[in-house]
Write a protein that binds this ligand. Structure first.
Ligand SMILES: [Zn+2]
Length: 293
């Protein structure tokens, strides 16, 4: 696939479908509980007939809680990181929609979630030739028009929230690549512009910006698109079908009655704690790894 917009739509469609399935699952599970003051009777009821139904309800509710928590935490973390980056910039001049910021190292990027702007370091304005700088600004302008910073934050948060669909992470990586290719194409209407942008990327790379070599190859005419992760797409379909099946099973369990909240509340706390433990452990390990690096 070579079209960033189509890939983003595919990602968004899977997110909407996944969120819909989780929402329906949580809604169905929530309706299976009842407030029952007769704790003793409810206990007997649960143990005798509804333990499977209760487990299914708890699993679906825990899934909804974990998905919502992960989405919210990732979204807030990424927004905070984005704000930190933009607040640390020191503007020295403005040229139309371009902000020149302090810094001797050549760099250029688009930042801002609601009002994206183009930032170019002072070092880039001296290290690049005028046509190279114009190509770089045209590239970043495409990111700003497409609101790519916001799109990437939302897509990354959704991929984190719907953790049981790992294909979203793969599609996000591919979208990030295609968004760069699309911005390169928008900035390079002529072969001279392509050469200028490729030269600018090499300057950035020499300065340690870590430019993807595929971009330079593509600008020189030897690049390709990205492959769709077909196997993870298949497993995503299987996961959503399984979740829909579990939801249907819980919904059909309505014929056997509902489950008392007072009985399952302690189980819910334990279930949530068990579900959150690996997530918190992975988060703590990642944090330690980043700090060690
Ligand atoms: Zn870019």
């Amino acid at each position: 696939m070579t079209d960033a917009r189509r890939l983003y739509r595919l990602h968004a469609s899977i997110v909407v479908l996944g969120a819909l399935v989780v929402g329906i699952a949580v809604g169905v599970a929530a309706t299976r509980f009842r407030l029952d003051p007769g704790l003793g009777g409810a206990c007997a009821d649960l143990l005798s007939r509804h333990d499977v139904l209760a487990s299914g309800c708890l699993a679906l509710l825990a899934l909804g809680a974990v998905a919502t928590t992960r989405f919210s935490v990732t979204f807030l973390r990424l927004v905070r990181a984005h704000c930190r980056v933009t607040s640390n910039l020191r503007p020295v001049a403005c040229r139309d929609d371009v902000v020149i910021v302090e810094g001797s190292r050549p760099s250029a990027f688009c930042a801002g979630l609601l009002r994206p702007r183009i930032y170019v370091s002072a070092g880039a304005t001296t290290a690049l030739e005028p046509d190279e700088l114009a190509s770089v600004i045209a590239h970043e302008r495409h990111h700003a028009v497409r609101r790519d910073p916001l799109r990437l934050v939302l897509a990354a948060s959704a991929a984190s929230g719907l953790f049981f669909l790992p294909v979203l992470r793969r599609l996000l990586d591919r979208y990030a690549d295609l968004a760069e290719f699309a911005a390169d194409d928008a900035a390079c209407e002529t072969p001279d512009r392509r050469r200028a942008l490729a030269a600018a990327l090499l300057v950035f790379d020499d300065a340690g910006a870590g430019v993807a070599p595929q971009r330079v190859d593509r600008l020189c005419g030897s690049g390709q698109g990205v492959d769709l992760p077909l196997t993870p797409l298949f497993w995503a379909a299987v996961a959503m079908t399984g979740l829909a099946g579990a939801t249907a099973a819980v919904a059909m369990g309505a014929a056997r009655g509902s489950v008392a909240v007072l009985v399952v509340a302690p189980h819910a706390v334990v279930g949530l704690a068990l579900a959150m433990t690996p997530i918190l452990l992975i988060g703590a390990l990642r944090h330690r790894t980043v700090r060690a690096a």
